[in-house]
Ligand binder design. Sequence first.
Ligand SMILES: Cc1cc2nc3c(=O)[nH]c(=O)nc-3n(C[C@H](O)[C@H](O)[C@H](O)COP(=O)(O)OP(=O)(O)OC[C@H]3O[C@@H](n4cnc5c(N)ncnc54)[C@H](O)[C@@H]3O)c2cc1C
Length: 471
Amino acid sequence: MPESIPGIDCDVAVIGGGIAGLSAAISAMNEGAEVILLEKAPKLQRGGNSAIADAQIRYPHEADEYCPTRQTKEDFFDAFLRVSRGRANKDLVRVVVDNAADVVDWLTEMGIAWEKGYPNVAGYRRQPVGGGWQLVDTLYKHLERGGVHVAYETAAETLLTSRSGRVVGVRALEPEGYTDIQARGGVVIACGGFEANPEMRVRYLGRHMDGLILRGSRYNTGDGLRMALAIGALPAGQWGDFHSAVLDARSTPFECGVTAIYIFQLGLFIDEDGERFLDEGEDFRDQTYVKFSKAIMAHKSGVAFNVFDNKPRAEDPEAWKRAIRTDEEAFEAPSIRELATRIEVPDDRMERTIDEYNAACQAGEFDPLTLDGLATRGLGVNKTNWARPLDTPPYLAYPVTGGITFTFGGLKSNPKAQVIHSTGRAIPGLYVAGEPMGELYYYNYMGATSVLRGAVFGRIAGREAARQAAT
Ligand SMILES: Cc1cc2nc3c(=O)[nH]c(=O)nc-3n(C[C@H](O)[C@H](O)[C@H](O)COP(=O)(O)OP(=O)(O)OC[C@H]3O[C@@H](n4cnc5c(N)ncnc54)[C@H](O)[C@@H]3O)c2cc1C
């Protein structure tokens, strides 16, 4: 163990300054606690994945001009469980759902302004004006005004425990060396998953996962998980899976941000041999983008082409612009055959695939805002919604693949955000919020809920640790 330099005392030490850590720090501060926030990144890169994200937040709401479908708490809860194939921890999901609307009000009170929104079919969500960067910047300013000390370029490394098993602080590496921070109420782990750690990615996600495009922060290297497991915390959730999105395959390999194609369901996925390989219209985009991105990665070379005719772009240029989030240009051509040549896919095969698909399309009403049931018939792989012929030039193609946003595996925790030991008991003084929590996401992801979970459990963790300090 390295020699420690004289440390500092506080009530609550929070590890990580994304939405979860900021929410924890603010909530502890509001309880009157003395708080220290440790952030591994330099000040200019603070905020983790939260700062890089759009930071959309889903919550129960009545139907209005932005969202044609009302979403009750029960709808939200049921959809969350369905997306996880019933495996998400019901108690934790319940906490997220019950606190979602309140979190939006809480953020609004602190000065977050919200985009007006746009018709969204898969459930109500709001996006902060200025996205995640503005969200975290506003919260940092709030903390700073409250006098909370933020230690930048300071990486938490080891949890300090007492003989009774209580977590009493954290050892961290600052630019000058090691320091021990004693925290009377406890420590909140809010420092992301292991998405930026190629060694852990290979260990838990599998061979070749070192090469994934990293969408978010380079600093989320699984430190909180490692520290907690080292003192006996119980791992929970789906350690072998992760969040991804259908990205432009030309995205920069790390911290690429939002380079996703969010309108893939109105086109087709064509592989390197000119074949379709999945049902692009299986469900709303929100319910399919994570699993499709992984299906693309697992298919042949791991890169496919999202192919459109001109209809989606011409019919709703605004929606098209919002949904095509890459800065790279599409490949464009006046015919499918020429498009195939441009993207170096066998032209005969691709032309045949599109001809067969067009012939299998049926008459009916197309409606991108509902599951319109406009399906192909008779194909090996049918498209079950939004299936219209690709017959209107020019034709467009984006090369697409997956990437990693955050990991699903984490720590076992309870609705009070306490971390559970492998004995089954809560570890006194140890809390978790945000990405290092396990048991919320399995196989797939409920859109616009990760920033939400960070805020919900961050608030709870900060409050619980502060109250612990007060006793
Ligand atoms: C491009 C993109 C788009 C997204 N869009 C959305 C969206 O619209 N809606 C949504 O809900 N989710 C979205 N997400 C996911 C979501 O942003 C994150 O999962 C969520 O914000 C994570 O919050 P967090 O506080 O748990 O972690 P983070 O925000 O990643 O914060 C973790 C912090 O911990 C710090 N840290 C790491 N290790 C240490 C250490 N040892 N010591 C001290 N500090 C440490 C990091 O520097 C970082 O600042 C998106 C993510 C990306 C990348």
